[in-house]
Design a protein around this ligand. Structure first.
Ligand code: C2E
Ligand code: CA
Ligand code: CA
Length: 647
């Protein structure tokens, strides 16, 4: 380092030490902290030495002065400084205390003149209390007073301590040195304090920035930047309160992007994200100025829309959003995004934010189930929904725990009156609800996938019972109902084969009832399974014939054996000429295809008579018997008679 720079450094240091370019001034809080520190030290030191001097012979006057300064000046300064008030007064009190005590020490000399040594603390106190710039005034002022005192002092003044001129000179020089030293120390201390403040400030700012980011991430979706579920649930009560005050309603709408997962497979993760962003922009445009939009899950948004204009109703919003086309050009694909919407209203449906959202979700599921674009929450639907969910868990236990039972309803040959078979109808005996009918739990089983284990169990149980009838010489067939999902099950055939093996039954004694809906969803796959079942020797029957909408072409293409006319045409047959026409032509149609015809739902002998007269082959219904346990069926068949073993 060259001399110039060195001198410059010294110059800078001196300027700083003199406090000439101070930028950081102690705050009121810092100043009162300084008073607190110095007053605490002052109290202890003053009180201890005051006591010591009072008890030391010849030092009473000094001790009393010290005690007086402690009680009158330092103690009030300490008390006031604790409250952080009157900082200037506190500082003045402390400086006054220093002046009084140090003045007394100089004048009275303490023990053999050693009181003088304490006075070196004066500049440290002055700089500590009054800062870098003002500290000089007090310190230099104090030295000036000392000098003046030593100049005018006279031995005749009584209690004055007789310092020698050498001691006085040394003392005053030392005091000057300590003043510079104190200024330097205070500069270091205040620089350190300033740096510390600065670092703390920087770190606090960093932490606040990070906290802001964390808060944003916790309340927003990173892909779209939209509020997330947590944020929406915080905002919804505010929107509700505002709507209540303004006297209008809100509509909470959940929107699901259909087939996003599949589209993600084609577009990749980034493509799917860009698609979601695109939809977010469209939806934001709709809700702009009218409410809020949030992203709830990967494929789900939620919108809160204020119904603040009389012309706007939930339905308007539902059909408006559903009517918007969201087609997106992505990686050369033109994708059409379908939205399914569920709407719930505040205050009509709920005043609780999360309940409102869950009701909108229910409405959305309902819309999805009914293949609609949108639907409004319906309390009745919720009952069904809840029951379904309740049943899900219970049914699982019942199916896997084999708690279901089979009932059988006899099928009668209309010509001979004998029992030729029985339809197996499953029942669920529940200890609380009694016998739960299949109409209630079969749809639940179908939705939950439980229909597979259920049908497996039904097939096994029915074949076992049928084999038992045969062993008793009662040659009756068993008809088993299959659901559409069963026909898509690759395991179905092996389950049937296993049933045959375990029961020793012949496949032609087993009639599988399927409905037209079974081959509406995946006709090709269903046809293949049906073909395999036929080739394995099982009989096939079309149940509820006449209620479906499918074409009749399957009659010619499918290897079926029997048509079951739906009971809706049979039950009021005699009073309804329209039903008679349908039943009559169905019988003719079936016979033309060489199929057997079963009429179910026969509730009186006259209907049975009519059906016999019109060529129907088999009858089933309450007029003969209601579904019953296997044991009762055996008794029924034994009483009524069955066809001959080789008939
Ligand atoms: P389905 O196959 O059409 O069964 C006929 C239904 O009509 C039975 O109701 C039966 O008790 C009832 N029934 C029979 N005769 C008469 C009558 O004269 N009058 C009236 N009013 N009703 C009559 P259930 O047992 O409640 O079964 C309802 C539906 O549940 C069945 O309709 C069938 O679709 C389904 N189901 C029953 N058991 C099974 C099963 O094991 N598997 C599958 N997948 N579905 C089953
Ligand atoms: Ca049936
Ligand atoms: Ca039926």
């Amino acid at each position: 380092m060259n001399i110039r720079a060195y001198l410059q450094r010294i110059h800078n240091h001196v300027v700083d030490m003199l406090g000439l370019r101070m930028t950081h001034f102690a705050s009121v809080a810092e100043r009162s902290a300084h008073v607190r520190t110095s007053s605490l030290i002052g109290l202890v030191v003053g009180a201890v030495f005051g006591l010591f001097n009072v008890l030391t012979p010849g030092m009473l006057a000094l001790g009393l002065v010290e005690w007086a300064a402690v009680l009158v000046l330092i103690l009030p300064a300490a008390v006031l400084a604790r409250g952080g008030r009157y900082v200037f007064v506190c500082e003045t009190l402390m400086l006054a205390a220093a002046a009084v005590i140090f003045g007394a020490l100089i004048v009275l000399g303490g023990v053999e003149g050693t009181g003088m040594l304490w006075v070196y603390a004066a500049p440290f106190i002055a700089f500590f209390l009054k800062g870098q710039r003002q500290g000089w005034w007090y310190s230099v002022g104090f030295i000036a007073v000392m000098m003046a005192y030593f100049g005018v002092r006279s031995p005749e003044w009584g209690a004055v301590y007789p310092y020698s001129p050498v001691v006085v000179t040394q003392f005053l020089l030392s005091l000057c040195f300590y003043t510079v030293f104190a200024a330097n120390m205070n500069l270091q201390r205040s620089r350190f304090e300033e740096k510390l403040h600065q670092r703390v400030h920087e770190k606090t700012q960093d932490a606040q920035k990070l906290l802001g980011q964390v808060q944003f991430l916790a309340t927003h979706d990173t892909v779209t930047g939209l509020p997330n579920r947590t944020h929406l649930l915080e905002q919804l009560p505010i929107e509700m309160a505002a709507a209540k005050a303004a006297g209008h309603g809100l509509v909470v709408c959940t929107l699901r992007l259909e087939r996003l997962f599949e589209m993600g497979n084609v577009l990749g993760h980034d493509g799917a994200d860009s698609l979601v962003r695109h939809v977010a922009v469209h939806l934001s445009d709709i809700v702009q100025g009218h409410g809020l939009l949030a992203r709830m899950r990967r494929d789900e948004f939620a919108m809160v829309y204020r119904l603040d204009t009389p012309s706007i109703r939930a339905e308007t919003i539902g059909s408006f959003i559903a009517g918007r086309q969201f087609s997106v050009q992505e990686q050369g694909f033109s994708l059409y995004v379908e939205l399914t919407l569920g709407l719930a209203l505040y205050p009509d449906h709920s005043a609780d934010p999360s309940e409102l959202l869950s009701k909108a979700d229910q409405a959305m599921l309902q819309a999805h189930k009914n293949a609609q674009q949108w639907s409004v929450y319906d309390a009745q639907q919720e009952q069904i929904f809840r029951r379904h969910h309740l049943l899900f868990g219970k049914l699982r236990e019942a199916v896997l725990g084999e708690q279901l039972v089979m009932f059988f309803q006899p099928q009668i040959c209309l010509k001979t009156g004998v029992v030729i078979g029985a339809e197996a109808l499953v029942r669920w005996p529940d200890p609380v609800e009694g016998m739960i009918p299949p109409m209630v739990f079969i749809p639940v089983a179908e939705e939950s996938g439980l229909i597979r284990p259920l049908t497996t169990w039904v097939i096994g149980a029915c074949m076992r019972e049928c084999a038992r009838w045969h062993e008793l010489g009662l040659m009756m067939d068993v008809s088993i109902n299959l659901s559409a999902m069963n026909l898509l099950d690759p395991e179905l055939l092996s389950v049937l084969q296993k049933g045959l093996m375990e029961s020793g039954l012949q496949p032609h004694a087993v009639n599988l009832e399927i409905t037209e809906s079974c081959f509406m969803d995946s006709p090709k796959r269903a046809m293949e399974v049906i073909q395999c079942i036929h080739e394995a020797g099982f009989k096939l029957s079309i149940d509820d014939f006449g209620t479906g909408y499918s074409s009749l072409s399957y009659l010619k293409n499918l290897p079926i054996d029997e048509l079951k006319i739906d009971q809706s045409f049979v039950r009021k047959l005699l009073e309804t000429p329209g039903d008679q026409a349908i039943v009559e032509s169905t019988i003719t149609l079936a016979h033309n295809f060489s199929l057997q015809v079963v009429a179910e739902g026969i509730e009186d002998p006259a209907t049975a008579q009519w059906l016999l007269a019109h060529g129907c082959d088999i009858g089933q219904g309450y007029t003969y018997a209601k579904p019953m346990p296997s044991q009762d069926l055996i008794a029924f068949a034994q009483a009524r008679g069955v066809r001959a073993p080789h008939g």
